[in-house]
Design a protein around this ligand. Structure first.
Ligand SMILES: Nc1ncnc2c1ncn2[C@@H]1O[C@H](COP(=O)(O)OP(=O)(O)OP(=O)(O)O)[C@@H](O)[C@H]1O
Ligand SMILES: Nc1ccn([C@@H]2O[C@H](COP(=O)(O)O)[C@@H](O)[C@H]2O)c(=O)n1
Length: 231
């Protein structure tokens, strides 16, 4: 992929990563957050599904990896994300399904370089994830029992260490994803409302006392690791 560009230096950009197991409700919650809080929703999986349609070597490579439930090289996905962020014209982004592993996280840090305000972790037990995906009926190649299990293994082996990374840095906001979608959104809404309040407070403070991006969006940390983390 050619050079994609970058944000103007000093521009305040809000980024929230949304992670959780396959079928935990990331897309569902992101749609609700967009309506209420004006973020642009960027799903890493959707960007890759779009790219996989192209009749090129890269398109075929992405399609095959996704069908097997494996992760696509990080630089590729980070550049797709940056391109979509720049094209949106917005300054508030929900990045859904990212980072999935340490390599994703490091590629984002070296290419996009915008500290996430926080990381929303939708935690849900494996049995519920399987049930939801098998009932989803969106015609996805990877929504079959073998690939679902592989995706869940990848989540446990590669994504949970990233969850723990952000938990250690007090950036993780965990919600119980096993509740109904509306009940989950009630918890999610409280987290985003707190972010808004803190950002408004820092915008009215004198520029000299204004906190950094990371500190500005720093609602109370998540509750301790849950059933899913401990599976
Ligand atoms: N809290 C919930 N309770 C019950 N069903 C839900 C809930 N949230 C989402 N669903 C349903 O579960 C399925 C998976 O949800 P969704 O697509 O939002 O998950 P996802 O985390 O984005 O999945 P993936 O990682 O596979 O893209 C959908 O059919 C959705 O309608
Ligand atoms: N950071 C990512 C995100 C996704 N993938 C690939 O896409 C598949 C589907 O992702 P969803 O978020 O839509 O469930 C996933 O299984 C991976 O193959 C990726 O490689 N990197």
């Amino acid at each position: 992929m050619d050079e994609v560009g970058s944000f103007p230096p000093g521009k305040k950009i809000a980024v929230v990563f949304v992670i959780g197991g396959p079928g935990s409700g990331k897309g569902t919650q992101c749609s609700m957050i967009v309506k209420q809080f004006g973020f642009t929703h960027l799903s890493a999986g959707d960007l890759l599904r779009e790219e996989a349609k192209s009749d090129t070597e890269q398109g075929t490579m992405i399609k095959n990896l996704m069908r097997e439930g494996k992760l696509v090289p990080s630089e590729l996905i980070v550049k797709l994300l940056l391109k979509a962020m720049l094209q949106s014209g917005n300054d508030k982004f929900l990045v859904d399904g990212f980072p999935r592993n340490e390599e994703n996280r490091q590629a984002y840090e070296s290419i996009i370089k915008i500290e996430p305000d926080f990381v929303l972790f939708i935690d849900c037990p494996k049995e519920e994830l399987e049930r939801r995906i098998l009932n989803r009926n969106q015609g996805r190649d990877d929504d079959n029992i073998d690939t679902i299990r592989r995706r869940f293994e990848v989540f446990q082996e590669s994504t949970l260490p990233v969850v723990q990374y952000y938990e250690k840095r007090r950036k993780l906001r965990r919600v119980d994803g096993a509740k109904s979608a509306d009940a989950v959104f009630k918890d999610v809404k409280a987290i985003f409302t707190q972010l808004n309040t803190q950002n408004e407070a820092s915008a009215t403070a004198s520029p000299h006392s204004r906190p950094t991006t990371a500190a500005a969006g720093n609602p109370s940390p998540s509750s301790p690791a849950s059933s899913c983390v401990l599976l």
